[in-house]
Write a protein that binds this ligand. Structure first.
Ligand SMILES: NC(=O)c1ccc[n+]([C@@H]2O[C@H](COP(=O)([O-])OP(=O)(O)OC[C@H]3O[C@@H](n4cnc5c(N)ncnc54)[C@H](OP(=O)(O)O)[C@@H]3O)[C@@H](O)[C@H]2O)c1
Length: 267
């Protein structure tokens, strides 16, 4: 595993398991299997309704808590200071953890700064190690960072070969915020696994197209989380650290970038 460094020197794994839409025992078993196979970062959210199952999966794997990096996110309607405080307690209870490694505001809200106050306090109390945001555009990020007091460790956003968001990544890096990618496989919005440019490069490396799509982000220093519900795909998605893409390959993949979101709900 490789790591990115936060502005305070702490680290986060560059790759982890996403859990959007994973339910019940499927969620429990995939989280446990992922940890057993070497995943250390697990990404959930209150909105996914699966924090309890993620917690059960973590306990089932039985690995040391300090080896893991667990992310969750606060979502509507917990958008006031008080409700955010209660949501943090509830998430800790759901997950069965003493602390959360990374707590994010799931999307920009009018009251994001109030929510962040509660998150800063939770960080002071040791309930949360790092705090950040998700789905903030460059304008929303810049407004937020001027007033928020503690630089967000992470802004988790849509990022994949068709829409990398390098300008946002660069702008946030200048403040010390890491851009983390969601939907690195486009969540099914595009037939990324049969994309000819990725397929050609994959065949040259003896890798799969999915591995090339993930490696492209990681090699651009964009940590990412990919979801699978299939145990047999966990290993494939994690096998990213025994090869490098050449500059020409990186440039070829860059031509896929269309500079716009594949999802209608936030931009
Ligand atoms: N902050 C936010 O607002 C936000 C928004 C969206 C997502 N997220 C986070 O980001 C994570 C990842 O994004 P995502 O789940 O939306 O989409 P994704 O990871 O881009 O794509 C998941 C899809 O890819 C398939 N897949 C996974 N590995 C594969 C492989 N090796 N070969 C072929 N197909 C493969 C999965 O199918 P199978 O399950 O059948 O393998 C699933 O249909 C989420 O789970 C969530 O944790 C955050």
């Amino acid at each position: 595993m490789e790591y990115v460094h936060f502005h305070n020197g702490d680290t986060m794994p560059v790759f982890g398991l996403g859990t959007w839409d994973l339910r019940g025992d499927t969620c429990v078993n995939i989280v446990a299997a992922a940890i057993e196979q070497g995943y250390t970062l697990i990404d959930t959210a209150r909105m996914y309704g699966n924090e309890k199952e993620v917690g059960r999966g973590i306990r089932k794997a039985g690995h040391s808590r300090s080896d893991l990096f667990i992310t969750t996110k606060i979502f509507n309607p917990d958008t006031t200071y008080e409700k955010t405080k209660r949501a943090i307690e509830d998430s800790l209870k759901n997950l069965g953890l003493d602390y959360i490694d990374l707590l994010l505001i799931h999307e920009p809200y009018a009251s994001s700064l109030d929510m962040y106050e509660a998150m800063k306090e939770a960080r002071q109390e040791g309930l949360v190690r790092h705090i950040g945001i998700s789905n903030f555009s460059q304008r929303e990020y810049t407004n937020f960072v001027r007033k928020c007091g503690v630089i967000p460790a992470v802004n988790q956003v849509e990022s994949h070969v068709y829409y990398v968001k390098e300008n946002l990544q660069r702008a946030m890096a200048s403040y010390g915020t890491v851009m983390q990618a969601w939907a690195p496989f486009t969540e099914g919005q595009r037939p990324i696994f049969s994309e000819p440019i990725l397929k050609d490069i994959a065949s040259d490396h003896g890798k799969t197209t999915g591995q090339i799509a993930l490696k492209y982000l990681i090699q651009r220093r964009i940590p990412t989380i990919a979801k699978t519900s299939r145990v047999e795909r966990l290993n494939e998605n994690l096998a990213l650290f025994d090869f490098m893409l050449t500059a020409d390959e990186m440039s070829a993949i860059h031509t896929l970038d269309e500079g716009k979101s594949l999802f209608g709900w936030y931009e």
